[in-house]
Design a protein around this ligand. Structure first.
Ligand code: ADP
Length: 626
């Protein structure tokens, strides 16, 4: 094992094989080393774990990590051990033999980092033993402490009280998604003492965001998945029934896919999760029950077949794509009816208190706007979390981020005048239908498709009849959704079915007061069919040998099977991509690849060099040291 008196940079290089810190990591490490409390908000993939693992690796004392993700702890321990840090965990899922070992190592003062579940810590007996050596108490997923957050956990509220017993240890609260209000709440609830705040920019530059109106859910889902053959993907759907239907239909297309939702037997869920993490399964179709415990870093697409509940949920769920920093794609299929379904669910037990009701409406409005506004989606997300976009204070370049459907020209914004004219046509259709009909009726009216009911009411003689015939049903439906989200139309659930109505603001707009934005999805044929530039090249501009990449991936799978850790713990895709481009031939050259630390070099280096030199992965794997 490496000597203890390392500088942070040396520890980073030797243990993890990284030559530079990611933004704010160094500051967080420094705060921890100097005993200062801090709040760390970094997006997924921003490198939060290193902020507390590194002080542990520097041998300054014991680091305690409180994490609600029991399912992940084993992987985190494995990953820390791969970097040569003496890691253990204590939680209710641990088998007794391993628990005994963990206690023995702890008592012998050998443990450098200890992961515990909040429940385990709250039992209260641990801290007496830990106190003398404890230098840092890190609370991961710290947004769980806040009512304002999206995953409130009551047991987190008691953490401050228990941490009082180790006043000398610095506290570090970490989270990926926190609006400024949640950040405040986290500091207060965890009783951080004059904390340093390290708030990273929330943007995930490697993600391509797309939001399209939902038309034919299955074919839209399939067209995204087909862009990612053999790669990891998650398809989120609203209900268990949707999940089953989609999983079946995706699998029927020959794509390796399993369903996951809370109604399935525990054994099926465990297998789906295990297979996905270990890359034996490409796609999981799931409700949002799936994902909390998933750390697979090479998920290349996250697709929402239904609109999520809030932007926070969307950021969290879509954030599971591309943790390794390589390009990945997040697609949302939007329908305003999903928002009505969320509202219905929230209100199913009766009306909410006014404050909660307002919060709900705000959440639905924000995610609705994200789903339809013809505005750069990276910008919308950043601004939602209180950050400016682009991150570095530069002007938005011509062509925008080049990483969302709007900036890529797949969704076009109508020029202001045309948007106004179009909106007025749609609104007058709804106005003339007098709020007595559903969306389908108004769509037919605008498209000039008369049925018996319409003729009886004389609506086929109205001026608005067929006024948007040329635009087609998909566009008209999408415009109605866009106008709902902007508050010009509303859906009223008065009778047994929802009725579409013009609002007062909508009437005002018809008098040319106010402004409106409308987007139109470009026809599918015009959209980018190309695969995201995932494995095309690495930073040095050297082309990646994709065939070699596949062989390296096979070797990684064999090693993972042999050692019982997930493939991404052995090496991330980013390290394999770099190997497949630079093709290092010596251990020294291999050491230069990002993510190759001393321990991994020693254990796996020779096998990877063999494969780079042309040995089949299956033979290379036989030479591995245990
Ligand atoms: P988070 O918990 O913030 O989502 P992780 O701690 O899982 O992020 O780190 C994301 C990825 O970035 C991991 O693969 C990690 O090994 C890698 N990483 C962390 N720090 C660095 C660094 N300084 N340079 C390069 N890669 C890093």
């Amino acid at each position: 094992m490496a000597p203890k008196s390392l500088t942070p940079e040396e520890a980073l290089q030797r243990r993890w094989g990284y030559s530079a810190f990611k933004p704010l990591q160094r500051k967080a490490v420094e705060a921890a080393l100097s005993g200062r409390d801090c709040l760390v908000v970094l997006p997924t993939g921003g490198g939060k774990s290193l902020c507390y693992q590194l002080p542990a690796a520097m041998g300054r004392g014991l680091v305690l990590v409180v994490s609600p993700l029991i399912a992940l702890m084993d992987d985190q321990v494995a990953a820390a051990r791969e970097a040569g840090v003496a890691a253990d965990s204590l939680h209710s899922n641990l088998e007794s033999g391993r628990r005994g070992e963990a206690y023995r190592r702890l008592a012998a003062g050998k443990t450098e980092i200890l992961y515990v579940s909040p429940e385990r810590l709250l039992m209260g007996d641990l801290l007496e033993d830990l106190a003398p050596r404890l230098v840092l108490a890190a609370v991961d997923e710290a947004h769980c402490v806040s009512h304002w957050g999206h995953e409130f956990r009551p047991e987190y509220r008691r953490l401050a009280e228990i941490l009082e017993r180790v006043p000398k240890a610095a506290r570090m609260a970490l989270t990926a998604t926190a609006t400024p209000a949640v950040q405040e709440d986290v500091c207060a609830q965890l009783a951080l003492r004059d904390p340093a705040r390290f708030i990273g920019h929330p943007d995930r530059a490697n993600l391509i965001y797309r939001a399209f109106p939902r038309r034919d859910q299955l074919s839209q889902v399939l067209s995204v998945l087909r862009r990612h053959p053999g790669e990891g993907g998650i398809v989120y759907a609203q209900t268990r029934k949707d999940v089953e239907r989609l999983a079946g239909a995706i699998a029927a297309e020959g794509i390796s896919c399993a369903p996951y939702h809370a109604g399935l037997p525990a054994e099926d869920r465990r297998r789906a999760q295990d297979d996905f993490v270990n890359e034996r399964l490409d796609v999981v179709a799931a409700t949002i029950a799936f994902g909390m415990g998933i750390d697979r870093s090479n998920v290349r697409c996250v697709l929402h077949a239904n609109t999520p509940r809030s932007v926070e949920h969307y950021q969290q769920e879509s954030g599971r794509a591309g943790r390794d920093g390589l390009p990945a794609e997040c697609v949302l299929l939007f329908a305003a009816s999903d928002l009505a379904a969320h509202r219905g669910l929230a209100l199913k037990d009766g009306p909410l208190a006014p404050e909660r009701q307002r919060a709900l409406e705000r959440q639905l409005r924000d995610i609705g706007r994200y789903g339809v506004a013809p505005v750069c989606r990276h910008r919308l997300l950043a601004e939602h979390f209180g950050a400016a976009y682009p991150p570095d204070g530069k002007e938005h370049q011509e062509g925008g981020c080049q990483a969302c459907d709007v900036c890529l020209g797949e969704t076009k914004s109508l020029p202001a005048e045309e948007a106004m004219l179009t909106a007025k046509k749609v609104l007058s259709g709804a106005w003339r239908a007098e709020g007595r009909f559903g969306t389908g009726y108004v769509v037919n009216l605008l498209l000039g498709r008369a049925d018996e009911r319409m003729r009886r009411g004389g609506h086929d003689a109205l001026q608005v009849f067929g006024i948007l015939k040329e635009s087609g049903e998909a566009a008209v439906r999408s415009w109605i959704d866009q106008l709902i989200v902007q508050g010009f139309l509303e859906v009223a659930e008065e009778r047994e079915y929802p009725l579409l109505r013009i609002t007062e603001t909508g009437k005002t707009l018809c008098r040319n007061e106010g402004s409106v934005r409308l987007g139109v999805p470009a026809p599918p044929a015009a959209r980018a069919k190309r695969k995201p530039k995932a494995l095309r090249a690495v930073s040095a501009g050297v082309p990646v040998d994709e065939d070699l990449f596949d062989r390296l991936r096979r070797l990684r799978r064999l090693i993972a099977d042999k050692t019982g850790v997930p493939p991404y713990v052995v090496f991330h895709d980013s390290a394999l991509v770099e190997m497949a481009a630079l093709k290092p031939l010596t251990l020294d050259a291999l050491r230069q690849v990002k993510g190759v630390g001393e321990r991994k070099l020693e254990r796996y280096g020779a096998a990877f060099l063999d494969v780079i030199a042309g040995t089949p992965p299956e033979s290379a794997a036989t030479t591995l040291k245990n």
